[in-house]
Design a protein around this ligand. Structure first.
Ligand SMILES: C[S@@+](CC[C@H](N)C(=O)[O-])C[C@H]1O[C@@H](n2cnc3c(N)ncnc32)[C@H](O)[C@@H]1O
Ligand code: SF4
Length: 365
């Protein structure tokens, strides 16, 4: 049973130097319309599956580079073709300054009830260092318009670990974030992916990421400040007010089937994980010919499923069943050294462990 649908919108107004998501600076409406038609056609190719969806998530790229009527059109199309629950959670990722009140109102009327804003920081020095094309005022205005249109379930993204960022800078940012009427904060450590301009700069020594210890202090500060203001961490990078955890994202971390449509989108259906091509032309041509644009696919056997359960479960606050850790010496070592703890028969990571989660997963497996 498919419970969530992800829709990838790969268009952006600029390409940020740190970004390795599939996204292109593509302004032409005609091509965007063609893409939306392809999304609809792709969805139709999956209608032989069982659906009872609880969530729709528009991610990017920048979904708000589409006209709001297009978002509404896609939602209507899904609702007309797929069995869905009445209280659907429908999220749209928005970049500051792309939507004003009227645009928010249109998507609100179409059923959107959750907005995720790619804010990153309220400090100009950070926004400049990240190569963002918006100012702090743009974010305040975007939040105000969103609320005015009646969407009050709002996530703000935050990036930390930026060149020249100090703990005092982060403290200022957190004060602003927690003073706003929002329900959710996703905080990501800046990652310099290979093959991005940031990756190249870091490699050449022209951009300096803060050292590990400072990044750890930053994580502790975020976790503590958000907790003090009523945001609880429920996943490595996600904090929410009670009852506002993102249902759609939780589907990725627990064993729930979801369909992803659009260029580069991933799906997980009946123990099979598959991903679409990252090439937009190939995507469009295949879908228009009635061919699924799937490029990668793997069946998860029992061993792989167990590995996923451990890998994904460790991201979550409730962690994993202690019995999944066969090496009891390792378990003891992880607890004794403060990487994690055990409660009610479950092992979960503490901040020190979160910082080295990949290493811990490797040891546990
Ligand atoms: C799918 S992206 C798109 C959001 C939106 N287009 C934007 O940039 O405002 C979602 C979030 O991932 C985070 N992100 C993207 N690249 C990152 C990187 N290299 N390191 C850390 N966080 C990153 C940012 O916080 C971003 O808002
Ligand atoms: S970070 Fe967001 S706005 Fe920037 S290029 Fe990536 S998807 Fe586009």
């Amino acid at each position: 049973m498919i419970k969530g649908i992800y829709i990838h919108i790969p268009f952006c107004n600029i390409k940020c130097p740190y970004c390795d998501f599939t996204s292109f600076v593509w302004q032409e409406d005609k091509l965007k319309d063609r893409y939306v038609e392809a999304l609809k056609k792709e969805l139709l190719m999956y209608l032989d599956n069982d659906f009872d969806i609880q969530t729709i998530y528009f991610g990017g790229g920048t979904p708000s580079t589409l006209k709001p009527e297009k978002i509404a059109e896609i939602i209507d199309f899904i609702k007309n073709n797929v069995k869905h629950q009445k209280n659907l959670e429908i999220t749209v990722e928005i970049n500051p300054k792309t939507y004003e009140y009227d645009e928010f109102k249109i998507i609100k009327d179409a059923g959107v009830n959750r907005i995720s804003i790619g804010n990153q920081s309220f400090l100009e020095k950070n926004l400049t260092m990240l190569g963002r094309d918006h100012k702090p005022e743009d974010s305040y205005k975007t939040i105000e318009n969103c609320l005015k249109a009646g969407i009050s379930n709002i996530n703000l993204d935050l990036i930390y670990g930026i060149q020249n960022q100090t703990l005092q800078d982060l403290e200022k940012d957190l004060e602003i974030y927690t003073s706003l009427p929002i329900t959710h904060i996703s905080a990501y450590m800046l990652t310099a992916y290979e093959d991005t301009p940031l990756g190249t700069l870091v490699e050449k020594g022209l951009y300096h990421l803060p050292d590990e210890d400072l990044v750890y202090q930053m994580f502790l500060m975020i976790d503590q400040a958000l907790h003090n203001k009523g945001f609880e961490r429920y996943e490595l990078s996600n904090w929410a007010k009670k009852g506002y955890e993102c249902k759609h994202n939780l589907f990725y971390w627990i064993d729930v089937n979801f369909l992803g449509i659009g260029v580069s989108a991933w799906s997980y259906i009946d123990n099979k994980r598959f991903g679409n091509t990252k090439n937009i032309n190939e995507y469009l041509e295949n879908v228009e010919k009635g061919i699924k644009p799937v490029k990668f696919s793997e069946v998860l056997d029992e061993k792989k499923k167990l590995e996923e359960k451990i890998f994904l479960g460790l991201r979550l606050k409730e962690g994993i069943d202690v019995d999944l850790i066969k090496n009891k010496d390792l378990l003891k070592e992880l607890v004794d050294e403060g990487y994690g703890d055990v409660k009610d028969g479950r092992f979960y990571l503490l901040p020190k462990g979160i910082m080295v989660i990949n290493e811990i997963v490797r040891k546990v497996l």
